[in-house]
Design a protein around this ligand. Structure first.
Ligand code: HAM
Length: 389
């Protein structure tokens, strides 16, 4: 009998894991560079929280079950309800604005398609207690800074921005209050009829969104205004958004959204907290990795070790271990094979593991407290005292 990962779930073999860490490193660096603090919540939440506070589209995709204690629970499909719950619980004590980020694994029971799996890692960056346009611009700049660190610039990506609140009002005045949610969902899915599209999208006046001017100006200060593109089709699928909303796409629009977010000024209050403005975005690893692959920005595999220590003969196994220990204490990444190795084979191994140096531990030198060191870049070889490695 053989087993495979469940459909939509991934195994991370070393190459995939290294790529995931490469992406996550850019996320951490960009968030930290802008003064965001890292948080985390539980992977399992009460079904009630996720049902009430997630976007409706997400509720249909919950992995929900009854646990052994009879509780209705679900795997988190997004982090926003959890972070909102955490903020609502401590709202009074936290110094505003609160700037948080996290990199949770999320679960959505979705039909599998390119860029959409049943599990993904999503960078979440959120600001609470700020209503100024500078916070919207900073959020965008942080998202784009992570992409820049991965090699993606204005040439590869763009931000499509609009305003869910303004569009909702437009729908309400034309089609009535009852039609707002369903129509916004049609806009999000790109499923408006031509007549609806003509009414809502084609005739849309940018001047209806006063925040846009401020956003463009603040984004100019932050050097990211060139990414922005107004697009009334952006309303976001999740019902909690209230204001400016945006999504990041590849310029060629071949892939699904790399990231999406916006303002959700009502959620904290709905979670039992005080009235508190909020904004944030999520950026998933799946589409982002595809984009890096498509644009040739995948990094070379990182070197596994700095130094390979080679025992020449059975009796050199113990000395090699001692050399390894010494190198590791000195902060180098070092390893030695568990059995003696021929020199030729050792150099092949060093090459494939990315080592910069090979230390040959042979009986003649070891007796004198020495080892042979070969630098693989300069090709220089020297006999060195073990104490001075
Ligand atoms: P979202 O648009 O549902 O927003 O997801 C954000 C990003 O996560 C998407 O643009 C996509 O890159 C990635 N993503 C979503 N679902 C999947 C999937 N099934 N497979 C792979 N990648 C996926 C939210 O989740 C909001 N809670 C973001 C947010 C945070 N808003 C405010 N703060």
């Amino acid at each position: 009998m053989s087993f495979q990962a469940l459909p939509g779930f991934r195994d991370f073999y070393p190459e995939e894991m290294a790529l995931r860490r490469h992406v996550e490193a850019a996320w951490h660096a960009a968030a930290k560079a802008a003064g965001f603090e890292e948080v985390e919540g539980p992977p399992l939440e009460s079904l009630e929280l996720l049902k009430a506070k997630s976007g409706e589209a997400i509720v249909e995709e919950l992995y929900a079950f009854t646990d052994k204690g009879g509780r209705e629970v679900a795997l988190r499909a997004e982090l926003t309800p959890t972070v909102g719950r955490m903020i609502a619980a401590r709202a009074a004590a936290l110094r505003k604005p609160v700037k948080w980020y996290a990199t949770p694994q999320l679960f959505r029971y979705q039909r599998q398609q390119r860029g959409r799996l049943r599990e993904h890692i999503q960078w979440n960056v959120d600001i609470f207690g700020a209503s100024e346009i500078g916070s919207d611009a900073e959020l965008l700049a942080v998202a784009l800074d992570a992409l820049r660190r991965l090699g993606l610039t204005e040439k590869e990506v763009k931000v499509r921005v609009s305003h869910r609140g303004v569009m909702a009002e437009r729908v309400r005045t034309r089609f009535g209050a009852d039609a707002v949610e369903s129509t916004l969902r049609l806009i999000d899915k790109g499923e408006l009829t031509p007549a609806q599209a003509a009414e809502l999208l084609v005739a849309f006046d940018v001047a209806a969104i006063p925040e846009l001017d401020g956003l463009y100006a603040a984004c100019e200060d932050l050097g990211v205004e060139g990414f922005l593109e107004f697009d009334p089709r952006i309303v976001r699928g999740l019902a909690y958004y209230t204001g400016l909303v945006w999504e990041i796409f590849d310029r060629g629009e071949k892939l699904r959204a790399v990231a999406g977010g916006g303002r959700y000024d009502m959620l904290i209050e709905r979670l039992g907290g005080p009235q508190m403005p909020a904004l944030g975005f999520g950026m998933g690893d799946v589409v982002l990795t595809e984009l890096l692959r498509d644009t040739g920005k995948l990094p070379p595999g990182p070197p596994k070790i700095d130094v390979l220590v080679v025992p020449i003969g059975e009796e050199m196994l113990a000395p090699a271990r001692q050399v390894v220990r010494r190198l590791r204490l000195a902060g180098e990444r070092a390893e030695a094979p568990y059995s003696p190795m021929k020199v030729g084979k050792a150099f092949q191994l060093a090459e494939s593991s990315g080592a910069r140096r090979v230390v040959l531990v042979g009986p003649d030198e070891w007796r004198l407290g020495k080892v042979k060191v070969k630098d693989l870049r300069s090709r220089e070889e020297s006999v060195r005292e073990v104490d001075k490695l």
